[in-house]
Design a protein around this ligand. Sequence first.
Ligand code: ADP
Ligand code: MG
Length: 459
Amino acid sequence: MPLAPSPSEVVSALLAPKGLRLQSVELLQSLWAGYGQICRITVIPDASPSSSASTSKTGSTSNSGLSTPQDSQTYILKLITPPLTKADDEGHTRKILSYQVEQYFYTHLAPQLPPSIPVAKYLASMNEAHPNGTVTTAMVLNDLKQDYPVAGEKRDVLNRTQVHAALDWLSGFHGFWWARIKELDRRSLVRPPLEEVTHDGEDARNKTVWLNGGYTYLATRRSEYANLTKDYDAEWNEPLTDWEADEFSISDLVAAVLSPKQTGWSPTQDYMTLIHGDVKSENFFTTKSGEEVVFYDFQYTGLGLGVCDLAKLFTCSVPLNMLVDKTPLPRELAMQDGEKKLLERYWTRLQKEAGKDYDWHIFVGHWESALVDWLRFQASWGFWGNTEWLEARVRSILKDEKWKDAVVGNAKMAGLWSEKKDEVDPMILLGGTYEDPDDLRRLGGPLNIMEANSQLRDL
Ligand SMILES: Nc1ncnc2c1ncn2[C@@H]1O[C@H](COP(=O)(O)OP(=O)(O)O)[C@@H](O)[C@H]1O
Ligand SMILES: [Mg+2]
């Protein structure tokens, strides 16, 4: 196969062994920076005498041996033919790795999902490494438009039915993987782009999904964050980047709590699941009634707390009137009824799907941390969506001293102060401050405190 094969060359190579022949190709869109394309392809059973379909006993050719237009079927081809990775180009490396992650998702993880959590099925896929170091990746997926004709992208906000359906899909997806996440080999997870590309000696083909799902987490947005720390006129400069505990900002602390770890203990490890990583209305279709959704675009799937997917959904795709009762919004806003109802719906279904318990207070602590982290990304990258709501919520969260204490305690337990290991006295760290049962619950419950204590003693 050439370095940059055309869609028809790829489809022909992939589908001929399945007894299918390409009839037409329609370009849907070019991928980021011209790295490839997404096409809708129409295929028909190949009825020529030499084809595998005409000789196969299970082939679906008609009795006459001739294919009719009714036999034709549409699929989606995602074809990626990127240039060579430059080791220090974070955006480029992130993109290249993301296509491998998506391919792993469709070929290994998606087939495990039950029909109640619909995703596209793959018909064929290829991953061909070239001598010059580039890789051609291709996936042929079933065409979701047939059963889910309504594109979420048509509106910047969804209606109530669609929001509920999207939430239900997410609680199903997160709950399903929450129950199974321990089966994923942590060594196979893809680290942040710049770490991954400079880390030699490991075979990229044995990689699975991102260690940290999504593409907005702090470890991968250091340069944008550095700009925010220097932007003294920005409202969020001080609250998000000033030192909060020793030399760490609230952004560092929150990131340490939310980040999945490859080795060692973390205060959120019991709640880790697989997240979609790019949850927005542009990445799902719905049925005509809006009662069922199907998500696609799994390039940023990886470990994370489910609430990180929700933070983006609530900010970017949920109508403001589903989150708050009245506008204009005050400068600081506690959780309103609408937001709470949506969270409760998700939280109830998540636990049911996973067969696990998630204490409401811990859940809310995680949710509020996810909102702060999401705001940190928007404040350093650019705002869009329900900006006013997000900012007002975070102003209120940052004033909550209990939440802050819990975050600092969790970040310490997560090892953020690792370079000061010798100075840490675990009994001081975990004693005194956390006598209030609410604090204990937010920190992860007594079991986690004990686990943390023993971990810290071993330092
Ligand atoms: N399985 C599918 N069925 C139908 N359309 C699809 C499918 N996968 C992707 N698409 C279409 O291709 C577009 C881009 O796909 P996506 O995976 O979101 O890539 P991108 O990274 O460019 O956002 C989608 O907006 C959608 O219209
Ligand atoms: Mg997309």
